[in-house]
Design a protein around this ligand. Structure first.
Ligand code: UDP
Length: 244
């Protein structure tokens, strides 16, 4: 496992790496060269709030090798804390960078998560976009707790270097943490709904929303039932302001 020397921004007790795209790519190359499993996490305000109540999640965030500021909420928080993040790096974009490197370097990728059929569809699209990419296996993200050990062994048998887990947070991160000794991947990253975007079963927010940091609004329009979860955002903002 690697520890990085990137500057950090502490948001409600969680250290986020002040990392730009090029630095994140460099860090990932380092993970492929060292032993142990390096965990990449992309926390949003909801996750940072949950970490306050969930010790397992908190431990995962504290021990992650790379903590990428994905959500726009973290960028706003950094401005409130008067230590602005230089750049926002989304998990979806960083995943594309990883796949591009993997195709060139021959690193094997396993896709775990999303509804049955989605990971296979994502694999086909990814292999078409990045010729030479080896996706060594796929599995959906809907399995029973008692099937986890067998699944981890089955994943390990395909010998992936990088495990891309798309089961939502914190489920995806906890799966890797609990099974990393069996999985023996060099790096793993939780990517939320990215496989749905690759497969075409979900659309990424149009550029206008991306440019203005309004992906959350687009998501809310698509899935109004997320409103309860999204209330974490204003609570997070207030907490950042009052604990400053
Ligand atoms: N998912 C899964 N297993 C589950 C629950 C969810 O594989 O038990 C998948 C779901 O199909 C979707 C992704 O996880 O592809 C959730 O993405 P979302 O963007 O909602 O993640 P979050 O915002 O919670 O990180």
């Amino acid at each position: 496992m690697s520890t990085n020397t990137l500057p950090k921004l502490n948001i409600l007790g969680i250290d986020v790496d002040k990392v730009n795209r090029a630095e994140a790519i460099r860090a990932f190359r380092g993970f492929m060269e060292t032993g142990g499993t390096d965990m990449i996490v992309t926390p949003n305000p909801e996750i940072i709030m949950s970490a306050g109540k969930d010790a397992e999640l908190r431990g995962i965030l504290e021990n992650a090798s790379l903590v990428i500021p994905d959500g726009i909420g973290l960028v706003y928080a950094s401005r409130i804390l008067k230590d602005p993040l230089e750049e926002r790096l989304t998990g979806v974009d960083f995943l594309s960078d990883i796949l591009e490197m993997a195709a060139k370097e021959g690193w094997r990728v396993y896709l775990l998560g999303a509804k049955p059929g989605v990971a296979e569809a994502a694999k086909a699209k990814m292999e078409a976009v990045y010729p030479g990419l080896v996706i060594c296996g796929t599995h959906d993200g809907y399995f029973k707790a008692e099937e986890e050990d067998e699944l981890a062994k089955a994943i390990a048998e395909t010998k992936p270097d990088f495990l891309c887990v798309a089961m939502g947070s914190p489920k995806q991160e906890k799966f890797v943490e609990r099974h990393k000794d069996v999985l023996r991947v060099k790096a793993a990253m939780g990517v939320g709904g990215s496989l749905d975007v690759w497969a075409g079963t979900a659309k990424r927010a149009p550029e206008f929303y991306q440019k203005h940091g309004l992906e959350w609004l687009y998501r809310l329009i698509q899935e109004p039932s997320r409103i309860g979860r999204m209330m974490a955002l204003p609570k997070f903002m207030l907490k950042v302001i009052f604990t400053k």
